[in-house]
Write a protein that binds this ligand. Structure first.
Ligand SMILES: C[S@@+](CC[C@H](N)C(=O)[O-])C[C@H]1O[C@@H](n2cnc3c(N)ncnc32)[C@H](O)[C@@H]1O
Length: 342
C-alpha cells in the first residue's frame, strides 16, 4: 500500500484535497446546502467547532461570492484548536461549553445578529458509546445556547448529532426553538457512522424566552424514559438522506482513475494543522515510549528521546511508498484521519 491507498479508500478525502478543502467534512455542508439551500440570503454566520476549517472555507466561498459588498459578510469561527487563517473569517480559540467563549462570540455580534449558525462539533471519541454520545449532546446544547444569543428570528441552525438512545430528548429541545427540525444524512457521511446533522429552520424562541448562559438545557437528572413517550408527547423529527443519490458513496472504495484514461495525480492535504494535540502521542509511540517500563533482566532498552524537533510519526503502511512525505504532509494526513471516522 502506498500513500495513495487512503485516496482509494475514501473518495471524499481524495476529492477534498483535489478541490482544496481542508477536510472531507466540506462535502457534508455542501450536500446539506444542496437539499436545504441554507446559504440563501445569509451574510452573517457562526461556525462552531470549526478546525481545521473546511466548513469555514465553504462559508467564506459561498457568502463572499454571493455578496457584492464583502464588508457586509461576517463569519466567526471558533474551535479549541488553532486554525490557519481564512479570508473574511474572524477566528476565536476557545471551548464552546465555556461561558467566556460564548460571551466572546456574542460580543463579535454586538448590535447585529447571525443568519446562520453551524456546528460540526465532535468530541475525541473514546469508544465508550454512552460517554461519546453524552459529550456530543453537550456540545450540541452548548451550540444551541450560543445560538439563542446570536441568531436572528427566522434564522437557521445546523449541527452534528449522534443518533444515540437519548436523541429524542435533543429533538424535543430543538423543537422548542425551531418549528422545522429535520435530520439530514449527507451522502459523504458514512452509513456506518451514527453521525447525522440536524437542520433547524425558522428560529422562533418561545414567547418570553430570555437567552442566558446558565440554562442547563440537558438536565442530567431527568428520570423520564423519553424514548417511551408516545403520541404528541414524542416529537418525531423527519429523517432525510441528502446529497445527490448518484454522488459518490462514502462507504465504497473507488479506483484511482475515476475516469478511464484520466490518470491519477496525488494531491497533498490542503492545510497542515498548526499544533495538533496528538503530536506528542505520535512522538511517544514512534519512539516506543508509550510501553510500560521494562522489568529487571529484560534486554530491551528504550531509545533515547531526540527532542521536540524530531516529530517521530509512527510507521504506517503508507511509509512503504517510495516517495517520502514531508512532515507537513504527515501532520495533515493524521489530522484528516479523524475525519475519516465520520
Ligand atoms: C469534526 S471536527 C470539525 C471539522 C470542521 N467542521 C471542518 O470542516 O474542518 C470537530 C472539531 O470539534 C472541536 N471541538 C470539540 N470540542 C470542542 C469544544 N468544547 N469547543 C470548541 N471546539 C470543540 C475539535 O477541536 C474539532 O476541531
Amino acid at each position: 500500500m502506498g500513500r495513495s491507498s487512503k485516496d482509494k479508500r475514501d473518495i471524499y478525502y481524495r476529492l477534498a484535497k483535489e478541490e482544496g478543502w481542508r477536510a472531507r467534512s466540506a462535502f457534508k455542508l455542501l450536500q446539506i446546502n444542496e437539499e436545504f439551500d441554507i446559504f440563501k440570503g445569509v451574510s452573517k454566520a457562526v461556525d462552531l467547532c470549526a478546525a481545521p476549517g473546511s466548513w469555514s472555507q465553504v462559508l467564506s466561498r459561498k457568502l463572499r461570492h454571493s455578496e457584492a459588498d464583502k464588508s457586509k459578510v461576517k463569519i466567526v469561527a471558533v474551535d479549541l484548536q488553532a486554525m490557519a487563517p481564512l479570508p473574511g473569517v474572524i477566528q476565536l480559540q476557545g471551548d464552546i461549553t465555556k461561558e467566556s467563549t460564548a460571551k466572546e462570540i456574542i460580543s463579535q455580534f454586538e448590535g447585529e445578529q447571525a443568519d446562520l449558525v453551524v456546528c460540526d462539533g465532535a468530541p475525541d471519541v473514546t469508544g465508550l458509546h454512552d460517554i461519546d454520545e453524552y459529550i456530543q449532546a453537550q456540545l450540541l446544547l452548548a451550540a444551541l445556547n450560543i445560538t439563542t444569543h446570536v441568531l436572528k428570528p427566522g434564522g437557521t441552525f445546523v449541527a452534528k448529532i449522534f443518533r444515540g438512545k437519548d436523541v429524542t430528548l435533543l429533538y424535543s429541545q430543538l423543537k422548542i426553538f425551531f418549528p422545522n427540525v429535520t435530520v439530514a444524512k449527507p451522502r459523504s457521511s458514512r452509513n456506518s457512522s451514527i453521525e447525522a446533522f440536524v437542520v433547524c429552520q425558522g428560529y422562533a424562541p418561545p414567547v418570553g424566552y430570555k437567552p442566558n448562559m446558565s440554562n442547563p438545557l440537558l438536565d442530567q437528572h431527568y428520570d423520564v424514559d423519553f424514548n417511551s413517550l408516545e403520541g404528541p408527547n414524542r416529537v418525531i423529527v423527519p429523517f432525510l438522506a441528502c446529497g445527490d443519490l448518484s454522488a459518490y458513496d462514502s462507504d465504497k472504495t473507488y479506483p484511482l482513475e475515476l475516469e478511464p484514461g484520466a490518470g491519477y495525480n496525488y494531491h497533498p492535504p490542503t492545510q497542515s494543522p498548526i499544533d495538533p494535540p496528538y503530536k506528542e502521542a505520535c512522538y511517544l509511540k514512534k519512539n516506543d515510549l508509550l510501553s510500560k517500563p521494562e522489568t529487571a533482566g529484560s534486554s530491551k532498552t528504550q531509545p533515547a528521546r531526540t527532542g521536540p524537533t524530531d516529530t517521530g510519526w509512527p510507521e504506517t503502511s503508507s511509509q512503504s511508498d517510495s516517495s517520502p512525505r514531508t512532515e507537513s504532509e504527515e501532520l495533515s494526513e493524521r489530522f484528516q484521519e479523524c475525519e475519516i471516522q465520520d
